[in-house]
Design a protein around this ligand. Structure first.
Ligand SMILES: Cc1cc2nc3c(=O)[nH]c(=O)nc-3n(C[C@H](O)[C@H](O)[C@H](O)COP(=O)(O)OP(=O)(O)OC[C@H]3O[C@@H](n4cnc5c(N)ncnc54)[C@H](O)[C@@H]3O)c2cc1C
Length: 426
């Protein structure tokens, strides 16, 4: 079972630097049963799909790296359904689908793996196509107890419905997903307005974006400069006419460039000048993601709060960013999910980064992250659990704010399907 653990590389620098206990590339029932018997207390399996989070590898824990043996992608032209392995990156998925003029509503980066899908998956196109979990059709994998499962949305029995719902948003706590089938969509041109704006302009743009139709969304990063992205999918003639209306509205913001991309796959969000997604080998980081309702009437207060948060940040590598959801993402599909805050219209995330091996710096930065979170709570009281933080003090708070009254049901699922706690703890 022992593979060369030194060969492990992750995009997330914390995980990349972890002194892992062991690395495995392939799982099966017997291996998992072995873990059930042999893992020490507080030992559990870290699962790596895209390797973009701080929880896919940890000191003295075993990592199951799905990127080697679970990279398969296929597409069925007759149904529009793509089937992908548990180690597929969202960028690879889009590249593959582009050959068929199809796309999947991925997030603002092509780097994440299927952790993006399993934890909800908020796309700049979610207002039209829903969350990534809303487009799941079939899921295969192993429970923490070793049992293999294959679940199909059109064929669930009574016992399988709570499992299906759990997989939509909370899969990492009780299962290892080796394959998912997802609904894909035809590609359409995407209009993007982007550029640096001033604080007052940002307030105005937030107010405008609150009235956007479902094919338009707004995202921005607030660092020493403010960079905004307005994304509009142009599917119908009516939407093309509407885009003209926005072109004239956004003329008031002279720094915004306006460009039409052939499809979602052609867009690389956030310019390199901002250095925000730079995978700096000397820095470690954590990200916390929040959820909240409409900012109507609070645009100014919110931006003032961001100004204070930005002024208090301990270093230039920290920032706050936000993406817009709503419209279709407010609705569950056939079954419900563990993304319970369907009323959410905004997801801000706080990116906290420090010089690695500098505990003093780390403490300051995590404090700043928590203080920023406190300041933003009145606008965004809930959590999007896109990153697992069982190594941080905020973990229990985050679980409650992510799963609310469903947390007890999730604990039940974990008791049944991961009885020895071989997967990340709740
Ligand atoms: C640059 C960047 C931009 C992002 N933009 C967005 C965005 O626009 N919208 C959005 O919603 N999110 C966004 N995210 C967040 C991202 O989608 C989540 O953090 C996601 O969990 C990362 O998935 P991964 O596979 O890369 O992570 P990994 O680090 O590989 O895994 C993350 C966690 O998910 C679990 N996991 C992963 N795969 C499996 C599996 N197959 N079975 C069971 N458990 C598994 C693991 O336990 C692990 O702890 C962004 C992240 C980054 C780095």
């Amino acid at each position: 079972m022992i593979e060369n653990k030194k060969s492990f590389k992750a995009l997330n620098q914390n995980s990349n630097d972890a002194d892992i206990k062991d690395l495995i590339y392939k799982i099966n029932k017997n291996k998992i049963i072995e873990f059930n018997k042999n893992l020490f207390k507080d030992e559990y399996l870290c699962i790596c799909s895209g390797g973009t989070t701080s929880s896919c590898a940890k000191n003295n824990q075993i990592t199951v790296d799905l990127r080697k043996n679970y990279k398969q992608i296929s597409y069925d032209k007759n149904t529009g359904v793509a089937t992908i392995g548990g180690g597929v990156l969202m960028g690879d998925l889009l590249n593959y689908l582009e050959k068929f003029n199809r796309m999947f509503p991925i997030g603002l980066s092509k780097l994440p793996g299927i952790g993006y899908i399993l934890t909800g998956g908020i796309s700049p196109l979610s207002k039209r196509y829903g969350l990534a979990i809303d487009n799941l059709l079939n899921v295969k994998g192993f429970f923490g107890n070793g049992d293999f499962f294959s679940l199909d949305i059109d064929n669930l029995n009574k016992k399988e419905i709570p499992i299906w719902e759990g997989i939509k948003g909370a899969a990492p706590f009780f299962s290892i997903i080796t394959e998912v089938a997802i609904q894909t969509f035809e590609n359409f041109p995407i209009q993007v307005f982007d550029g640096f704006v001033e604080e007052e302009e940002l307030k105005e743009l937030i107010a405008i974006s609150e009235t956007f139709p479902k094919n338009f969304s707004f995202q921005f990063i607030f660092s020493d400069n403010i960079y905004v992205y307005i994304v509009g999918e142009l599917k119908t003639e009516e939407e093309k006419d509407l885009a003209q209306k926005y072109i004239s509205i956004f003329q008031r913001f002279p720094s915004l460039k306006n460009k039409i991309y052939r499809n979602l796959n052609q867009i690389n969000f956030f310019p390199k000048e901002l250095n925000i997604f730079e995978l700096n080998a000397n820095l470690h980081s954590e990200v916390i993601s929040l959820l909240g309702k409409s900012l109507k009437g609070y645009e100014s207060e919110f931006v003032e709060e961001l100004i204070e948060i930005n002024a208090a940040k301990p270093n230039k590598a920290c920032y706050v960013a936000i993406q817009q959801l709503g419209d279709q993402s407010m609705f569950e599909n056939k079954y419900s999910s563990y993304f319970i805050h369907r009323e959410a219209c905004w997801k801000p995330w706080i990116f906290a980064s420090w010089e690695k091996n500098n505990n003093h710096d780390k403490k300051l930065v995590i404090n700043w992250m928590n203080e920023a979170w406190n300041k933003l709570r009145r606008f965004f009281p809930y959590i999007h659990l896109a990153q697992l933080h069982n190594h941080l003090n905020s973990h229990q708070d985050e679980l409650k704010l992510a799963f609310g009254s469903k947390l007890d049901e999730l604990k039940d699922l974990k008791r049944i399907y991961d009885p020895s706690n071989i997967l990340p703890p709740l």
